[in-house]
Design a protein around this ligand. Structure first.
Ligand SMILES: [Zn+2]
Length: 214
């Protein structure tokens, strides 16, 4: 975890670009919340994505985690997974110089759900092996459901996830994995079952983030 000042800096950045939103939201998990992170609002800027990815790689290095492949669940983590893999690759190039050797290059791979399916797959002819040290990333962890599915998928393929990482863990540390879980920000944001939601009781209209063009 980062020092408070850096965490504040990251949070301010998220507010400034409109990624961090207040309101009454229906989350993917079906629960309601008064806060939402629309990460694409920040990920649309590669410079900001690279900045955050570099901070994450600092954290990984502090834990001696050196992935060779970064896998993220589509769609949400596609940009993020590339930024993180690029940051990992840049560190290696800083130390060893750049070589055009695809056998040793850091990979960025997304796991996707074919239309109509709830299960993730690695498609498009991408090959992963048991020798790959795989870091699974997502932008925001709420329940950890997507990352767990990707983790199980990789295990079922005989692969080795060595760690999981997120920009924001909004479960406040409640989500656990069988591997180290590295996060830049941790917040304990209240989520509610619709039946218990105080904002629903006040009659505030609920918004499904991502469905609006605003
Ligand atoms: Zn509600």
């Amino acid at each position: 975890m980062k020092a408070t000042s850096q965490k504040e800096e990251i949070k301010n950045l998220l507010v400034q670009v409109g990624a961090w939103q207040q309101g009454h939201f229906l989350l993917t998990s079906g629960k309601h919340s008064d806060a939402y992170m629309q990460c694409q609002r920040i990920m649309q800027y590669p410079r900001l994505g690279a900045y955050l990815a570099n901070l994450l790689v600092d954290e990984l290095q502090a834990e001696n985690i050196s992935p060779t492949v970064v896998v993220g669940p589509a769609m949400g983590a596609i940009h993020w997974e590339v930024y993180v893999a690029q940051a990992v690759a840049d560190r290696i190039a800083e130390e060893d110089g750049f070589e055009l050797d695809t056998g040793n290059m850091t990979k960025a791979v997304f796991a996707e759900r074919p239309a109509g399916s709830e299960e993730f797959e690695i498609r498009r002819g991408i090959q992963l092996t048991p020798q790959d040290r795989i870091l699974i990333v997502e932008d925001v962890t709420t329940t950890g459901g997507s990352l767990k599915k990707v983790y199980e998928l990789l295990k079922s393929m005989g692969c080795t996830p060595v760690a999981a990482a997120a920009l924001l863990d909004r479960s406040g540390g409640k989500v656990k994995y069988d591997v180290p879980f590295i996060t830049l920000l941790q917040m304990n944001l209240e989520t509610y079952e619709p039946a218990d939601c105080p904002m629903c009781k006040e009659g505030k209209p609920v918004v499904k983030p991502g469905s609006s063009k605003k």
